[in-house]
Design a protein around this ligand. Structure first.
Ligand code: GLN
Length: 534
């Protein structure tokens, strides 16, 4: 039977609960336990697919095409367990399921209530993941902050685990903050209050991860322990790390968090933790070169909007013993009058990430032309690849009004458009291509060189495609179609001819990049950036 760990957060949001959860799971994995992860999001949206990246950050896509919270991306970078539709639970899904059952008359005339019906549905979803064969530990991260109205049913469900499977099989980890106030004094009161809030619900945390700027002093640890009934050894200092987030599992391991968890849950003993992170962190710390990469996007003000891309660039940089410096540029700010040479001065490469809607598109087209003409290494992802095609059609094919029907529904030359079959059903809303799909790469291309193989399988999340009506003309004009779907019906990747490294992909390679196994395209792109620097 799987043991269950619930991770909650207190004091305020944005303390890095997802990274903390992934770090804990990675420690357990490194000792040989099979860990599964679930993220609970207490909002009413059924999934993150419809949410604005400005508000909620990136939409992370799984192999099976679920559009989920970005924390699943954190899990995928720290751990190796499978992640899919079942690993992302929202209030919207829970209520939708319960209301559907109610309409089907499956509650046999009962009054349908939050307790037990909503909490039962929550528990059923958690058990569905945990009861798969071979799972040792199931970690459930409860989004939001303890004290929020929205998360109460989830915390109540977590509490019921104590009743249902026994206290010895459940562990509660609470992440809090020790802020530093006026005279530089760290304060524990908010932590005390947030633990009290958990106690009111009936949950006594077993482990506290205390976020703080500097390592938590013993005196504060003692004080927090006294006020919260958490063993002193289980009050952990989760201080800011100086290298990368991948140092966090090391910080926890130094404080023996894995041992505490194994003991507390009575897990069958397994080998000591392998330190999978030290090598990566050391390599990062030793890196002497830096690749300066401009990100020309639509949501650059919020770091989380492109979190997987930024992380993948970091992985790619470390694979080249380098660091990456990001220069974030809003496409919208690149109007006709801007001097692009000035904006991109000192940059070693440019990346245009995914996005939806017409805002900023013309600025991106200008930036892409600049990268192509000035031979700046360029990486276009999803929307970024579509912009590459639009720019090429305009500048090289001479189709001045080439566009995507997403931005210009009546474009004279819709080089990017919906598929014929999608156009017919447009009243029902076009469908998105979501999840993992195969691409065949053309030999002799940069992309095939980067992957080192001809068949790759990456994740998709897009609605529009390169129009096959223009494909031949684009190729005749020099654009290299370097990747296609298995049936060759859709363009998956393009490259610029006579350019050091100009690659665009319709899929999202950032979702599968991991620190110690950098996405091949990110490693190759950074390599090209560093080569340009030399
Ligand atoms: N908006 C474009 C499409 O729907 C690109 C999507 C993306 O970049 N994820 O095809």
């Amino acid at each position: 039977m799987s043991k269950y760990i619930f991770v909650t957060g207190g004091v305020c949001s944005g303390l890095g609960k997802g990274v903390a959860s992934g770090s804990i799971a990675s420690l357990l994995e490194s000792r040989g336990y099979a860990v599964r992860m679930i993220k609970i999001d207490p909002y009413l949206n059924v999934d993150a697919g419809t949410m604005n990246p400005f508000q909620h950050g990136e939409v992370y896509v799984t192999d099976d095409g679920a559009e989920t919270d970005l924390d699943l991306g954190n899990y995928s970078r720290f751990t190796t367990g499978p992640l899919g539709r079942d690993n992302s639970v929202t209030t919207g899904q829970i209520y939708q399921a319960v209301i559907t059952k109610e309409r089907e008359g499956r509650f046999l005339g009962k009054t349908v209530q939050v307790i037990p019906h909503i909490t039962d549905e929550i528990k059923a979803r958690i058990f569905k993941v945990g009861e798969q064969p071979g799972v040792d530990v199931t970690m459930v991260e409860v989004g939001g902050t303890v004290g929020d109205i929205e998360s109460i049913p989830f915390l109540e469900a977590a509490r019921q685990f104590i009743h249902d499977i026994g206290r010895q099989n459940v562990l509660f980890v609470h992440l809090t903050l020790v802020p530093i106030v006026y005279m530089g004094e760290p304060k524990t009161k908010p932590t005390q209050h947030s633990v009290r809030e958990l106690l009111e619900i009936g949950i006594q945390p077993d482990v506290l991860l205390v976020r703080c700027r500097n390592p938590l002093e013993d005196e504060l640890r003692r004080k927090i322990s006294l006020f919260t009934n958490v063993d002193r050894e289980a009050v952990l200092s989760a201080h800011d790390v100086r290298t990368t987030i991948y140092e966090i599992p090391i910080v926890y391991a130094e404080q023996k968090l894995d041992e505490i968890i194994v003991r507390r849950l009575g897990l069958p003993p397994k080998g000591p933790a392998r330190d999978g992170w030290r090598a990566f962190v050391d390599r990062f710390a030793a890196a002497k070169r830096t690749a300066k990469v401009a990100i020309v996007g639509k949501y650059t003000d919020l770091h989380d909007s492109y979190i997987s891309i930024f992380e993948a660039l970091l992985h790619g940089a470390v694979a080249n013993d380098a660091r990456v410096e990001l220069v974030k540029v809003e496409g919208e700010d690149l109007e006709e009058a801007t001097d692009l040479a000035k904006v991109f001065a000192g940059c070693d490469g440019m990346l245009v990430p995914g996005g939806f809607g017409s805002r900023g598109i013309e600025g991106m087209v200008r930036a892409v032309r600049f990268a192509r003409e000035s031979k700046l290494p360029f990486f276009g992802i999803c929307l970024g690849m579509q912009i590459m095609v639009i720019e090429y059609a305009r500048s090289v094919l001479g189709l001045a009004e080439a566009n995507s029907t997403e931005f210009a529904p009546d474009a004279k030359d819709p080089v990017i458009s919906l598929l014929e079959e999608q156009v017919d059903v447009k009243n029902y809303g076009g469908t998105m291509r979501l999840g993992r799909g195969d691409s065949h790469l053309a030999s002799g291309t940069r992309i095939a060189a980067a992957y080192g193989r001809r068949l790759v399988s990456e994740r998709h999340r897009h609605r529009y495609e390169v129009s096959n009506r223009y494909r031949k003309r684009l190729e005749e004009a020099g654009l290299v179609v370097s990747g296609v779907t298995a049936d060759e019906s859709l363009v998956e990747a393009v490259e610029w001819p006579d350019h050091p490294w100009g690659v665009g992909v319709q899929f999202h390679p950032e979702f599968t990049s991991r620190p110690i196994a950098a996405g091949p395209l990110f490693a190759a792109f950074i390599e090209a950036c560093l080569a340009r620097k030399r």
